[in-house]
Structures are given as structure tokens and as C-alpha cells.
Write a protein that binds this ligand. Structure first.
Ligand SMILES: Cc1ncc(C[n+]2csc(CCOP(=O)(O)OP(=O)(O)O)c2C)c(N)n1
Ligand SMILES: [Mg+2]
Length: 489
């Protein structure tokens, strides 16, 4: 369970008072309204062993900001020597070695590079918790039209999640996975791109496809695996893909999309295209070898790709504190020579601004960029999971209510005078109705013929596959009650 601790506003020193701090499953991070560096809080008392998550647990505070603290940034001997030699002059300035990558100076002091810096990398945001614009923030303005579309899409995604989730509970689809809590990441990142930019998703980013115009009917057809599904019913629900929308088909093995993204971005570079690749990944996905291969490859070939990491605190039941000891993911960029930023993933304007800037740099300077968005997976991992078995209900409720990205953005759009209560009701009723209709249509649409299950891989199917096909047809004929009646055998 996450380690809970509390910092009252009195304990926050003056210089950080202007920065609001979040209750985060990945420890407290200073929130910065500009993308530069700033101080961050050093929360809680020291805990010295690896069992920190089970110690120092304080009662869950009510009605005040709660900080999920961890103490892995505790001072160590190495940290006290913190990076001093990186900034100080070499004690023998004339002694250096020319090494691939530049000159390296020699020093005669034995200093290890510390494992972490004293302060965590701050988190860029533009809107405060109430959706008020933070004075002097550094952000990309969005037009009324774009803002309203962003908000409407965030609501549609929420409703889509609710209805498909219920459909799964009713046994109408076999599986589902929601994006609850990550609506701003989904929609705002998509809004900052152009349709020529190529998306390689993990799986919790259907909002990008929604933004690009994939219809509710197309979502329903895929989840129901009918004849209209572009994957011909061969994939599990939520494995969307659309050539028309430059959205690669989701594949279950996580992180495989990253080296592919680097390669595709390199091809854009070779063709002098004014576009980039955006590859999404979860915090858990960063532990895969493909994450490292993808980032390194992209850095070396200077490929225009944005690696967008949704750090939502959990990889199924594994908390980020059990996933890595680094200051999240943002710091990993530098190890590969990649420019990086940490952003508040629940602030749609900050995500939009960071992705716009990243896109400009990726294309104009032909380089990869890493974005780490701090957020929280409000739903269970998928319909195969019950997250109350490994995390506290209060933690979920806190993020669902106090940190909801949709309400936060709504407040801003409403304060701009671009949204009303009446529009809200109309939108919600209309999307709900469209979705229910889409599911009904998808249910009535025939399933793809059985032959499709064996096509598209081999020109000439090997004999073992032919045997499997014949065996399957025989089984369906023998047990018709166990298979949908509309499958053509
Ligand atoms: C290569 C690989 N290893 C393990 C899995 C099993 N698996 C599916 S989702 C998941 C967790 C991923 O967590 P994260 O990347 O944080 O994404 P989130 O679900 O939080 O959005 C794991 C381990 C997998 N699909 N592929
Ligand atoms: Mg995760």
C-alpha cells in the first residue's frame, strides 16, 4: 500500500507556498507553472529500509490535501557530494581526455555520481486544482473551438468508459479497460498534434483515436468483434487500430511499440516529413527492455519521436515504488541524451502546451523528446482486476473526486464563458444515446467468417494451421449451441 503522510500548509516553507503540491502515489513533487526548474518539497521523515511503504503510515487525512510520500530521496553520503564535481572546475584543468562525445576532464578526487538529486524534478502545470489559470504561466493558448472540442471529447471518453464497462459486466463484451483519470492526457495530447503525426499507443489512450474522428460505432464494432471491425474480430476488445487515423493497432505486449516508434520516426526523417511519431507508454512499460532500446535508438538516430509516459502510479498491482528507484521516468531521458519534461497529466492545458512544444522541437530540431505525465489510474487495471485488493479505497476516491481532470478543465472552459450547464446536459444525453445505439448495431452485425481467423499471415498456410482450421470448423458444427449463430463456417 502507498505510504500516507500529511504535510500541513504551515510546514510548507515560504518559497514553495506559491507552488501547490499534490497527493501523488509517486511521492511529493513540486508543481511549477513554468517548464524550468524549481524547488520541491522534501516530505516526511526518513525511513531507512526497503520496507518503507509499510512503515510510518499515518491515518488518512480528511478534507485536506493528502500527500503520498516516499522517502527514497533521503540523503546519503553520495548525495552529500551531490554532483559537485559536475559543476566545479577540474582540479587539473589541463588534464583531460578527448573521448567520443567530447572532452572529459580528469579529477583526482574519487566521487561517485549520486543516485538522485536532492529535489525531485518539478512538475509543469498551468491550471490550479480549481481550474484557475496560474498567474504568469507559460502555456499555449487554445481557441474556443479547440477547447470546447477537447472538453466534449473528455466527456465522451468518460461516458464511453462507463457504458462499455457496464456492457462487459453484462457479458456483452469479453473485456474492457477504462481511461478514467487519464482523460486529459488522452485528449489534450491528441489535440496538440496534427493528423499526419503517427500514433503508437500502449492501450489506455483510446481518446487519441476519438479525437481523430474514430466513431463510436467503430469503437463498438471493435469491442464486439464483428464483421465491421478492422481487426476482423481477431483481437481482444480495446485493441483498436486505424490506418485512416494514423493510429497503429494496439498490441498486448507492452513497450514493443517503442523501438517501432523510433524506426517509424527515422523513416519520417529520411523522407523529410514535417511530422513526428508519438508513442505512449505506462510507468510499468518503462521496465521493459524495449523502453530502453526504443529511447536509445531514437536518440542515436535523432528521430522525431515523442515518448509520452503516463505515470499513473500503478502497473496492475505493482506500485511505482516497486517499479523503479529513480525520480520517476523524466530523469531517464538524460541518461539517453533525450530532452525531457515532467507535466501534470491531470491539467489539460499543461499537457496540451507541453506536447505542442515537444512536437515543435521534435520536428524542427529532429530529436526525440520524453514527456512524463503524472496522473492516477482511477479505474481497475481492466475488467480482469479488482484494485481494492491492493490499494486503499481512500486513495482512489481522493483522485476520483479531488483531482478529476475533466472537472478541472470544465471549470476553466466555463470560466472562459465557453460552456454552460445546458450544453453539458445535452452533450451527456446525446453521447449516451449514440453509444447505446452503436452497441445495439454492433451486436446485430454479423461476426467475421471463420476463414478470416486464419488469413492475412501466410500466403500458403502451413499444414498444421490447415489442420487447426478443419478441427475448429468440425467443433463448431458439432457444438452449434456454444458458438454464435451468425458465424459462417
Ligand atoms: C511484455 C509484457 N509483459 C507483461 C505484460 C502483462 N501486463 C499487461 S498490462 C501490465 C501493466 C502495465 O502497466 P503500465 O505500463 O503502468 O500501464 P497502465 O496499465 O498503468 O496504464 C502488464 C505487466 C504484457 N502485456 N506484456
Ligand atoms: Mg501505470
Amino acid at each position: 500500500m502507498a505510504n500516507w503522510c500529511r504535510i500541513s500548509s504551515r510546514t510548507i516553507s515560504n518559497h514553495v507556498k506559491t507552488r501547490v503540491n499534490q497527493g501523488l502515489p509517486w511521492g511529493a513533487v513540486g508543481i511549477n507553472q513554468t517548464s524550468g526548474l524549481s524547488s520541491a518539497l522534501n516530505p516526511g521523515g526518513p525511513v531507512s529500509d526497503g520496507n518503507w511503504r509499510y512503515q510510518n503510515r499515518l491515518p488518512v487525512p480528511r478534507n485536506r490535501a493528502t500527500l503520498f510520500c516516499n522517502q527514497r530521496f533521503e540523503s546519503t553520503v553520495a548525495e552529500k557530494q551531490r554532483d559537485s564535481f559536475l559543476s566545479s572546475e577540474s582540479d587539473d584543468d589541463h588534464q583531460s581526455v578527448d573521448f567520443p562525445g567530447g572532452k572529459v576532464s580528469y579529477i583526482s578526487k574519487m566521487n561517485f555520481i549520486s543516485e538522485s538529486s536532492q529535489t525531485r524534478v518539478p512538475c509543469y502545470r498551468v491550471l490550479d486544482d480549481d481550474g484557475e489559470l496560474i498567474t504568469d504561466s507559460d502555456f499555449q493558448q487554445v481557441s474556443k473551438e479547440v477547447a470546447v472540442k477537447m472538453y466534449s471529447n473528455m466527456v465522451s471518453l468518460q461516458i464511453m468508459d462507463t457504458i462499455f464497462y457496464e456492457a462487459q459486466r453484462q457479458g456483452r463484451i469479453s473485456f474492457y479497460l477504462t481511461s478514467a483519470g487519464e482523460e486529459a492526457i488522452n485528449i489534450a495530447s491528441a489535440a496538440a498534434l496534427t493528423e499526419q503525426d503517427i500514433i503508437l499507443p500502449q492501450y489506455r489512450e483510446p481518446g487519441v483515436l476519438l479525437w481523430r474522428g474514430f466513431s463510436l460505432q467503430e469503437f463498438a464494432d471493435q469491442c464486439l468483434g464483428n464483421k465491421a471491425d478492422y481487426g476482423k474480430g481477431r483481437q481482444m476488445p480495446i485493441h483498436y487500430g486505424s490506418r485512416k487515423h494514423n493510429f497503429f493497432t494496439i498490441s498486448s505486449p507492452i513497450a514493443t511499440q517503442l523501438p517501432q516508434a523510433a524506426g517509424i520516426a527515422y523513416s519520417l526523417k529520411m523522407d523529410n516529413k514535417k511530422a513526428c511519431v508519438v508513442s505512449y507508454i505506462g510507468d510499468g512499460g518503462t521496465s521493459e527492455g524495449d523502453f530502453h532500446a526504443g529511447l536509445n535508438f531514437a536518440a542515436v538516430v535523432e528521430a522525431p519521436v515523442i515518448f509520452f509516459c503516463r505515470n499513473n502510479g500503478w502497473a496492475i498491482s505493482t506500485n511505482v515504488s516497486e517499479q523503479f528507484r529513480s525520480d520517476g521516468i523524466v530523469v531517464k531521458g538524460r541518461a539517453y541524451g533525450i530532452r525531457s519534461i515532467r507535466v501534470d497529466g491531470n491539467d489539460a492545458l499543461a499537457v496540451y502546451s507541453a506536447v505542442s512544444a515537444a512536437r515543435e522541437m521534435a520536428i524542427n530540431e529532429q530529436r526525440p523528446i520524453l514527456i512524463e505525465a503524472l496522473t492516477y489510474r482511477v479505474g481497475h487495471h481492466s475488467t480482469s482486476d479488482d484494485s481494492t485488493k491492493y490499494r486503499q479505497l481512500d486513495e482512489i476516491v481522493y483522485w476520483k473526486n479531488a483531482r478529476d481532470p475533466v472537472n478541472r478543465f470544465r471549470n476553466w472552459v466555463q470560466n472562459c464563458g465557453w460552456w454552460s450547464e445546458q450544453q453539458e446536459t445535452q452533450l451527456r444525453n446525446s453521447v449516451r444515446k449514440q453509444l447505446l445505439e452503436a452497441i445495439q448495431v454492433a451486436e446485430k452485425t454479423e461476426k467475421p467468417p471463420l476463414s478470416e481467423m486464419f488469413s492475412d499471415v501466410y500466403d500458403y498456410p502451413p499444414t498444421n494451421l490447415e489442420e487447426q482450421e478443419n478441427h475448429l470448423r468440425e467443433t463448431v458444427r458439432r457444438h452449434p449451441d456454444d458458438y454464435p449463430a451468425d458465424i459462417s463456417v
